[in-house]
Design a protein around this ligand. Structure first.
Ligand code: IFM
Length: 445
């Protein structure tokens, strides 16, 4: 059966600055929290860092040529705040800004839409030293940084994403401490959430009041929450998980409030001391689209002894190399629930993909499982469109293998293989298959 996508469907691929750029001390770049975190022994698999990564900073022309060869219509990249100012705040670094001007120019010349994310976790360390996102001032610095980037690239970047996965930055970086900045503190996490949300709202407001006519939105990592039973407590547990991971970000952005279920728990009750008058209105700006990063679902059950009152139940289904359950229909279910709860806002899948072990064989990579994964998720997305969801585009994560945070280079998500010794790029079978999907605008079961 053929699954045909809408005519103007935007097929893209995504990366992020710290994960691909390398060139960590080139042209005035200053350290980010990820430079500090990755260089602290014990934090990242085998002590891997993003110092060199894919060397995209120096090889961006080659990478854009590859995007073009594959027929990819839009490239979602992120801007390293650490390249834009020498002090993280106000002192401009023209060389850093020029890198993004050149990248965007190269994309445009090759007919590829540039889509820029302003924050994909690489906060300047210098700002972390002043409290990071838990410091309300960081939101002010961010808005200034955004204004600089709008002025530099606003004519050409057609879509802006303020934040990538603020939930992961807040919880994994500031509560579990297994990502940068490596903190384990609930109050810092709450302030981090609120100040990121505030920075998002202020930035959208600024952009809307500018002369630029592109679009602006935010990218959230979202998973639908299932239960194994129809037991009332399990259903409540799933609502808590949904509240913490999804609604804590969806609700302020799209409804101007944090979810009651979380505010009424120990986990969230301090939020009322952090929110200042007018903040929720500021956060609740009209966005042009919502970006969704989908990887898997959660299956949840009640646990009285867990402070959050829930546990995640491991499933016996097929998993990726990250240990994440492969569950394509969760994407359809998620997309439909967003429409039901938040209305008909245009949606993009800003990330979806899978890590698998890839073994080059005579210069080829036969990554059948990745192709299957993508195909089944594309089909789930198409079913959601047929069921009325306003899905406008889809970015594969990732364009190329890269630095997978605490997993270092051990996990490969790319549709393009990167040899980390030679930095040579090799198109995997999944990329060849994706190029056909883009060309035909359909996929087949
Ligand atoms: O690599 C990450 C990306 O930076 C954010 N979303 C999830 C991906 C896979 O873990």
């Amino acid at each position: 059966m053929k699954y045909i996508f809408p005519e103007d469907f935007l097929w893209g691929a995504a990366t992020a600055s710290y994960q691909v750029e390398g060139a960590y001390d080139t042209d005035g770049r200053i350290p980010s929290v990820w430079d500090t975190f990755s260089k602290t022994p014990g934090n990242v698999y085998k002590g891997h860092t993003g110092d060199i990564a894919c060397d995209h900073y120096n090889r961006y022309k080659e990478d854009v040529a590859l995007l073009k060869k594959l027929g990819i219509k839009a490239y979602r990249f992120s801007i390293a705040w650490t390249r834009i100012f020498t002090d993280g705040k106000y002192t401009l670094n023209e060389k850093g800004i020029n890198f993004y001007k050149n990248l965007v120019k190269e994309l445009k010349e090759n007919g590829i839409k540039p889509v820029a994310t302003l924050f994909h976790w690489d906060l300047p360390q210098i700002l972390q030293d002043e409290g990071g996102w838990a410091n309300r001032k960081t939101a002010e610095y961010f808005v200034h940084y955004a204004s600089v980037m709008f002025n530099a690239l606003g004519e050409d970047v057609c879509q802006w994403i303020t934040f990538n996965e603020p939930a992961v930055y807040a919880y994994v970086g500031n509560l579990y401490g297994t990502h940068a900045p490596g903190i384990k503190n609930l109050e810092i996490t709450q302030k981090t959430i609120h100040n990121m949300m505030l920075a998002h709202g202020e930035t959208v407001k600024l952009y809307k009041n500018s002369q630029f006519r592109g679009q602006i939105g935010i990218t959230l990592n979202l998973s639908p929450n299932y239960t194994d039973s129809s037991n009332e407590e399990d259903i409540k547990a799933a609502k808590i998980s949904e509240g913490i991971w999804n609604k804590m970000f969806l609700d302020p952005v799209l409804k101007g409030k944090y979810p009651e279920i979380i505010l009424n728990m120990d986990f969230g009750k301090n939020m009322k001391n952090i929110i200042k008058s007018g903040d929720m209105e500021t956060i609740n700006q009209k966005i042009d689209f919502l970006g969704i990063n989908y990887y898997s679902r959660n299956v949840i059950k009640w646990n009285e002894n867990n402070p959050l009152k829930y546990d995640t139940v491991p499933q016996n289904n097929e998993k990726t190399a990250m240990g994440w359950e492969v569950y394509p229909d969760g994407l359809r279910v998620l997309l439909k629930s967003i429409k039901k709860d938040y209305g008909d806002i245009p949606l993009y899948i800003t990330e979806n993909g899978a890590a698998y072990e890839d073994t080059p064989e005579n210069g080829e990579i036969h990554d059948k499982k990745r192709t299957e994964f993508l195909k089944n998720h594309f089909i789930a997305a198409k079913k959601a469109i047929d069921e009325g969801v306003n899905l406008k585009g889809y970015y594969v994560w990732s364009f190329m293998d890269n630095y997978e945070w605490a997993e270092g280079y051990a996990k490969r998500f790319g549709i393009v293989y990167v040899d980390y010794e030679t930095l040579q790029r090799t198109v995997k079978d999944s990329a060849k298959w994706y190029a056909e999907v883009i060309k035909n605008n359909f996929t087949e079961e």
